[in-house]
Design a binder for this molecule. Structure first.
Ligand code: T3D
Length: 269
């Protein structure tokens, strides 16, 4: 079915911006056009200081089924003698910048996985800062079933989230992992009853939007940086990041609010 209308819906509520992938007829799988709209929306959110928390979710019954396999620009060439499709080019052009963009957003990013997340759709979700999923949602490393390897950061993210043993089995078998099992394995933060999913995501996002954005982003960056450091280097890195945070207004405000027994108002970006 041809796409009509916006492929990424942008909505603001307080300091929370929600980006909703909107190709429900194909479980919000990625086309070049949806990639383009998503990157534009991410860049706009990054440039807008009023956005203090970003939520990525999907419309309809799915979160995102990865690459749209019916997209002629990425489908394999079926004719004998045809030049093979360069699948790596799609990864370099779309998925690598997308995951790096999410990982470098100047505000926390929540993946609100409302339904099935498959292939690159699963790994884009796992690349976000906090991943919550509706109880009925599931995660599928669908790649092996079509003769590919995990992409969109899957080979890096999965073993770090669940350990090598689980990562390899999930990637090789491509079984549907229900949200509750994903939470139990530590792949995501938690699963939430479908009935309260939207309200709980909104409450979580509002809570994060009221927190010290600059420190939360520095937390993500420091944790990511520590993955390639030894303990002594990580301790040194923490000291230098903490020095920067200590010079900020949010530190003063946080301590003042604590001592005055009032709610803090954080403003640093
Ligand atoms: O190629 C490159 O550029 C490289 C990039 C690769 C990145 C990747 O993401 S590779 C992995 C691509 N994704 C997949 O292989 C997942 C394919 N989808 C599925 O395995 C299943 O649809 C799901 C497990 C996600 C969900 O199953 P189910 O039973 O809940 O739904 P369904 O009936 O299979 O799908 C519903 C509709 O969505 C259906 O269309 P229809 O029959 O109602 O008209 C189905 O064809 C469509 N759909 C689902 N996934 C995709 C898709 N259409 C296009 N591309 C998809 N990836």
């Amino acid at each position: 079915m041809a796409d009509t209308g916006q492929l990424v819906i942008v909505a603001d509520a307080g300091g929370v911006r929600t980006l909703t992938l909107n190709r429900p007829q194909a479980l919000n799988s990625f086309t070049a056009a949806m990639h383009g709209e998503l990157m534009t929306a991410l860049d706009a959110a990054a440039a807008d200081v009023s956005v203090r928390c970003l939520v990525l979710t999907g419309s309809g019954r799915g979160f995102c089924a990865g690459q749209d396999l019916a997209d002629p620009s990425v489908a394999p060439s079926f004719e004998t003698g045809a030049t093979p499709t360069d699948v790596g080019a799609a990864i370099e052009r779309f998925y690598k910048p997308l995951v790096l963009r999410i990982r470098s957003m100047p505000m926390p990013v929540i993946a609100a996985v409302n339904g099935v997340a498959a292939g690159a759709g699963a790994n884009v979700a796992l690349g976000c800062d906090i991943v919550v999923a509706a109880r009925s949602a599931s995660f599928v490393q669908a790649f092996a079933k079509i003769g590919l390897v995990p992409d969109a950061g899957g080979t890096w993210l999965l073993p770090r989230l669940v350990g090598r043993g689980q990562a390899i089995a999930l990637a090789m078998l491509g079984d549907k992992l229900p949200a509750e099992d994903a939470a139990r394995l530590g792949m995501i933060w938690k699963s939430i009853d479908d009935a309260t999913f939207v309200a709980e995501v909104a409450a979580l996002a509002a809570r994060i939007a009221a927190m010290p954005t600059r420190a939360l982003v520095a937390t993500r960056l420091a944790i990511d940086a520590s993955q390639s450091m030894d303990l002594a280097s990580a301790l040194g890195h923490e000291a230098s990041v903490q020095r920067e945070m200590g010079y900020g207004n949010d530190f003063k405000e946080g301590v003042a609010a604590f001592l005055a027994k009032r709610a803090p108002v954080f403003t640093d970006r």
